[in-house]
Design a protein around this ligand. Structure first.
Ligand SMILES: [Zn+2]
Length: 167
């Protein structure tokens, strides 16, 4: 009941990801319709329901263009789980402020990178030039495309791809 379900707006734009339980509730309330099943059925005593993979809202909801939230997890994903100083790929990485906070460095996409503990320690509280270190890539805000935002889910739900691509 907790498998993720992709929710499309009335115009088919991907809106968010919800649980199977909530998706079935929206369908039963007439607030959404089934777009893609593909996961069999859920049986109760009296009847069975399709187990949705994708649903579509009946009424268009207005919302601002989604952006990727600035979190440690998203910085690591943007940097492909790779230290931006030495290029080492690791499941244990820290977040480094390129311009250190005590020198006025901000908590922004442009000033945060994935760094292995060794590189983070070597750089310390210094600027790149002072530490004689270089970044592999210039950090920027990741794309706000649906493909990127829902990327983690798309990997596990390939049938979502045609509905997520292009938004
Ligand atoms: Zn490193």
């Amino acid at each position: 009941m907790f498998a993720p379900v992709l929710v499309l707006n009335a115009n088919f734009e991907p809106v968010n990801v919800t649980s199977t339980r909530r998706a079935i509730g929206l369908i039963l309330n007439g607030k959404a319709s089934l777009v893609l099943n593909g996961r069999g059925e859920i049986k109760t005593v009296s009847r069975s329901y399709p187990r949705p993979s994708i649903i579509r809202l009946s009424k268009m909801i207005k919302r601002p263009r989604p952006r990727v939230r600035l979190t440690k997890r998203e910085v690591l994903r943007r940097d492909d789980y790779t230290c931006q100083y030495c290029g080492q790929r690791s499941s244990y990485l820290t977040i480094d402020h390129v311009v250190p906070r005590h020198l006025g460095g901000e908590h922004t996409w442009e000033n945060l990178v994935a760094a292995c503990p060794a590189c983070n320690h070597r750089k310390g509280g210094r600027l790149l030039e002072q530490a004689h270190m270089h970044l592999l890539h210039t950090p920027t805000e990741p794309p706000s495309s649906a493909r990127y935002i829902f990327g983690r889910h798309v990997r596990d739900n390939e049938e979502w791809l045609p509905f997520v691509d292009g938004w």
